[in-house]
Structure formats: structure tokens, C-alpha cells
Design a protein around this ligand. Structure first.
Ligand code: ZN
Length: 58
């Protein structure tokens, strides 16, 4: 099953959709995405929790 994260579900005005095989991969890709695209310097626990909660199965 594929895990999907819509960046907009995390609270960003962003059309990006991140897909990966596992939740850990999605979290990793999401962290890279928000750091490079949204200039977020630090991924706080709060952001991680938001991302985790927003991940859906596809
Ligand atoms: Zn984004």
C-alpha cells in the first residue's frame, strides 16, 4: 500500500503530494520538502505529528 501526504493537509498552501511505501519514507521526504520548499529550518515534533496525522493510505 502506498502512503500519501498532501502538503496542504499539513497547513501549507501547497499543491505538493508526497508518496512513499512506508510512513517513515513519507516523513523523510516531507521533511526534505518543507525544508527546501517552505524554508522550514527545523522540523519540530509538532510538525512531525501534523505530518503523521495527515498521512493517508492510497
Ligand atoms: Zn509543500
Amino acid at each position: 500500500m502506498t502512503k500519501v501526504l498532501r502538503c496542504s493537509d499539513v497547513g501549507f498552501e501547497c499543491e505538493a503530494v508526497i508518496r512513499a511505501e512506508t510512513e517513515e519514507e513519507v516523513l523523510k521526504k516531507a521533511a526534505e520538502h518543507v525544508q527546501s520548499v517552505h524554508n522550514l529550518k527545523e522540523i519540530s515534533d509538532e510538525v512531525v505529528e501534523k505530518v503523521r496525522a495527515a498521512i493517508q493510505d492510497e
